[in-house]
Design a protein around this ligand. Structure first.
Ligand code: KIV
Ligand code: ZN
Length: 513
């Protein structure tokens, strides 16, 4: 039986980035988009171009680098947003403008302060205007799951007449229940006279833990695009997780009448990359990508799996990118092997110079840590300082012994100028952060400090995330090293540099159109 194609629309770089603290730089977005492209994601929503100059540049950069996936920018239903999206997407091989307006009574009355007729007018004008920039326009009824059915039919029919090619029915607040939500999608498709002129899409939030179930139910009722994110990242409790949607459809191909083009072996590398860039760890028991997802702790399970894998495993770990032989490189590995392995993880080198810098860092790490795993390589790449303009880590000396106050001396440089300071603190990390603050007075508030061992064993690199907030802007910094104090200082400096380059940005779903 031939199956319908299910379009996978990834919004890690847009809705995922709306998770507090998950903001990404332009280069980080390009790196994630590169892995998504390798994975054969159909549509990548790269951002909300009007949010800030940085967001505009990030959408523009993703649109110029990525060739095989369609690149999309979000725009509220107004001319300025749409123009900005169109401009950012100018160089895309294939582009999409995704415009939206809220349609539920509560959103129309309290957020938009508009009458339903005005909302329809805005939607129609927005779709028509977006069609001037691209012939691929998606229209979303924000808060669709709490929208009156007849009104939704009316606005969707008008949006399709105006030129929308995809109609998205978001469960914005995660209120949907699988049977009901799926039925609504089916009823919309059966009731709206021109429904056959557009692809119906779903975008589910996970407030009740039902985002994937709602998405799959909608697929059974005719939706042919699912919007999702790596690791289920996204506003509040997140979005439907790409890996769960894709693997459910693949594993239960006996039930679903659709298939995706996703190259599933890139799922784990993408998950790790998103986690290391955002600093959002993946819970060990997370389906598909959690560290325990394929670990069979219980003796009875191990016994069964050893006798016959399928006794307890419904998927193969290798199919989603977990490799059995996770030791990949060592001290004697050459440049070609190093390059090939990183490319295998979806990394695209921008130049030979970049490859040389990374290879030199790899050699330093391999001297300290004899076994280099995929996770180490990803941390190495994440740890590269993106510009010479900001503060650079030079050295740290930390002393901590029983009965004495820990003390740290940190040396930094700014545009070639050296600076150093010594402070005491509650622990060596606290002392190091105080030393940095005494030099550069960021006025920022530390919102999160987390350390994660990248691999197993006490020689593992520690990956540190530092989240700082200043004037309503929240950013993450990452650092990795076999010495966690060094990793902490690098993460702090990374966060400070990011904060200094970031201005406040507009949130697409707050305020009016
Ligand atoms: O959740 C939502 O409604 C959205 C829209 C902008 C599609 O993210
Ligand atoms: Zn959303």
């Amino acid at each position: 039986m031939s199956k319908d194609k299910l379009i996978i629309f990834d919004t890690t770089l847009r809705d995922g980035e709306q998770s507090p603290g998950a903001s990404m730089t332009k280069d980080e977005k390009v790196r994630i988009a590169t892995v998504l492209e390798k994975m054969s994601v159909d549509v990548i929503e790269a951002g909300f171009a009007i949010a800030s100059p940085g967001d505009f540049e990030a959408v523009q950069a993703v649109a110029s680098v990525i060739k095989d996936s369609r690149i999309c920018s979000l725009a509220r239903a107004n001319k300025k947003d749409i123009e900005r999206a169109g401009e950012a997407l100018k160089h895309a091989n294939a582009s999409r403008i995704h415009t939206f307006i809220a349609t539920s009574p509560i959103h129309m009355e309290y957020k938009l302060r508009m009458q339903p007729d005005q909302v329809v007018e805005h939607a129609v004008n927005a779709v028509k205007y977006a069609r001037k920039f691209t012939d691929d326009v998606e229209f979303s009824c924000e808060d669709a799951s709490r929208t009156e059915f007849d009104f939704m039919c009316r606005i969707i029919e008008e949006a399709i007449k105006a030129g929308a090619t995809t109609i998205n029915i978001p469960d914005t607040v995660g209120y949907g229940e699988p049977a009901e939500y799926g039925r609504i999608i089916g009823q919309l498709m059966n009731t709206i006279p021109n429904a056959d002129k557009a692809i119906f899409s779903v975008h589910c939030h996970n407030d009740l833990g039902l985002a994937v179930a709602n998405s799959l139910s909608a697929v059974n009722f005719g939706a042919r695009q699912v919007e999702c994110t790596i690791n289920g990242l996204g506003e509040r409790a997140g979005n439907a997780s790409l890996e769960e949607v894709v693997m459910a459809i693949r594993t239960r191909h006996d039930l679903f009448t659709v298939e995706t083009d996703i190259q599933t072996e890139y799922i784990v590398p993408a998950s790790r990359l998103v986690s290391s860039i955002t600093g959002f760890p993946v819970q060990p028991n997370k389906a598909i990508v959690g560290a325990n997802a394929f670990a069979h702790e219980a003796g009875i399970h191990q016994d069964g799996v050893l006798k016959h894998r399928e006794t307890y495993e419904i998927m193969r770990a290798q199919d989603v990118g977990w490799s059995d032989n996770r030791l990949v490189l060592g001290k004697h590995s050459g440049r070609a092997a190093f390059r090939a392995r990183l490319e295998g993880l979806g990394y695209k080198f921008q130049s030979d110079d970049e490859a040389n810098v990374l290879f030199a860092k790899f050699k330093v790490l391999a001297d300290k840590k004899h076994e280099i795993f995929d996770e180490d390589l990803q941390a190495l790449v994440s740890d590269v300082v993106e510009s010479d303009d900001g503060y650079q880590y030079v050295s740290i000396e930390a002393v901590s012994s029983t009965g004495k106050l820990p003390k740290a001396t940190v040396e930094l440089s700014l545009k070639g100028e050296a600076m150093s300071a010594t402070s005491e603190g509650d622990g060596p990390v606290d002392a190091a952060f105080k030393a940095i603050e005494s030099m550069i007075q960021t006025q920022a508030e530390l919102k999160l400090y987390s350390v994660n061992a990248i691999t197993e064993g006490t020689d593992s690199q520690g990956e540190v995330t530092v989240r700082l907030q200043r004037d309503g802007v929240m950013v993450n910094g990452q650092g990795a090293d076999t010495d966690i104090i060094v990793a902490s200082v690098k993460a702090y400096i990374d966060a400070v540099n990011t904060l200094n380059n970031r201005s406040e940005k507009a949130h697409p779903q707050k305020g009016g159109v």
